[in-house]
Design a protein around this ligand. Structure first.
Ligand SMILES: Nc1ncnc2c1ncn2[C@@H]1O[C@H](COP(=O)(O)OP(=O)(O)OP(=O)(O)O)[C@@H](O)[C@H]1O
Ligand SMILES: [Mg+2]
Length: 261
């Protein structure tokens, strides 16, 4: 299958029906979208599914994992009826695991070479040289950030360079961020690292763990921000369904008494 590059002025669909309903036009190509949520809320599965759908549409997808092993991610995809290896062979999918500490060390080396100037070439520490993706999925910024602990300014430089690189090459991205406090409460107030990332991003999709008053648990999703685009502001139900994966129902708001966690 020949690849079909995403054009500058194009919008892409996530392929998750309920999310596409909330988005109206889709996501503008080239934008950097944060996928935020608490532990186990479904961030990885969400990104894997968008990746699958983009591959099916002929776009090139790079999954950068700082957490789970490649084979485990392939297993997730298979359990949702997708054959990742077929797309890897066609050159449409690249799943690669990185070590966040290696990235932190490389950035440090580049910075000292550049005599602490802000401009460094992130390409070698970022993207496998021979693969030009339309969409990059980063799982997760939180893992990268923890490798820079105590080196906030280096992390910030790295993030700035990363966002600039993606923008320059019109690469769309979904960047996972684990949030200790639900996004709607603004868990990152006062956190410099987090604030810088939110500011640099073009959009935020938040996934919530939900605790109902009767003790049962569920999940919710809302589009929190999308620069320059119209979207439906609505908190709706997200489910993780066996063999299907993430299912979002844009017509199903969360009912009853609940708390987002
Ligand atoms: N086949 C399945 N059927 C139902 N639920 C599943 C299935 N596979 C995974 N899950 C659920 O999906 C959740 C994990 O989703 P995912 O790994 O995407 O979360 P995450 O937000 O990336 O988590 P983490 O913070 O650990 O990275 C698990 O908690 C599990 O409950
Ligand atoms: Mg995950």
């Amino acid at each position: 299958m020949p690849s079909r590059p995403l054009m500058n002025n194009e919008f892409y669909k996530t392929g998750i029906e309920g999310v596409d309903d909330l988005l109206n036009n889709g996501i503008p190509s080239g934008s950097a979208i944060l996928i935020e949520g608490g532990p186990g809320s479904g961030k990885t599965l969400f990104c894997l599914q968008v990746g699958q759908n983009m591959c099916r549409a002929g776009h090139k997808v790079l999954y950068m994992s700082f957490e789970e092993r490649e084979e485990r991610l392939r297993e997730h995809m298979r359990s949702f009826g997708f054959d990742p290896v077929q797309y890897e062979k066609k050159g449409l999918l690249c799943i690669k695991r990185f070590n966040a500490l290696d990235i932190a060390r490389s950035v440090e080396a580049l910075l000292s070479e550049a005599k602490k100037e802000l401009l460094i070439d992130v390409q070698p520490v970022l993207i496998p040289g021979d693969f030009k993706p339309d969409l990059i999925l980063v799982d997760s910024l939180t893992s990268i950030s923890s490798a820079f602990s105590g080196e906030e300014y280096r992390f910030r430089i790295y993030m700035e360079q990363l966002f600039r690189y993606l923008e320059k090459h019109n690469i769309s991205s979904l960047l996972i961020r684990e949030t200790p406090v639900p996004t709607h409460i603004g868990g990152y107030q006062g956190d410099e690292k987090g604030a810088a990332i939110s500011f640099l991003s073009d959009g935020i999709i938040a996934i919530y763990n939900v605790l109902y008053e009767n003790g049962s648990r569920g999940r919710g999703l809302e589009i929190f921000k999308l620069r320059g685009e119209n979207f439906k502001r609505k908190l709706v139900e997200l489910e993780i369904v066996d063999k299907k994966g993430v299912v979002v129902n844009s017509k199903k708001p969360l009912l009853g008494k609940y708390r987002l966690t």
